[in-house]
Design a protein around this ligand. Structure first.
Ligand code: ZN
Length: 78
């Protein structure tokens, strides 16, 4: 997904936000979300974390506390 409209500052502010809060934040910042991004957010693809390597929001959280994994590039982190 192309997330190039998200600045590092925006992603920093967006950490820990819910989908609704994220959309409101983007609107407040004058960032236009693509249909693809809105779909990903609405579909639960946003959990307040993004991949540091590729910027994807398609991130899985491991419930047993192992950390996070990016579903797009496979990068995992704590
Ligand atoms: Zn990634």
């Amino acid at each position: 997904m192309d997330n190039s409209n998200f600045t590092p500052e925006f992603l920093e502010k967006a950490k820990g936000k819910t989908a609704e809060e994220l959309i409101a934040l983007a609107q407040g910042e004058g960032i236009e979300l693509s249909d693809e991004q809105l779909k990903a957010i609405a579909g639960g693809g946003w959990n307040g974390h993004h991949c540091d390597r590729c910027g994807s929001w398609d991130v899985s959280f491991f419930v047993h506390g192992e950390g996070y994994r990016c579903n797009e590039c496979g990068y995992s982190w704590q």
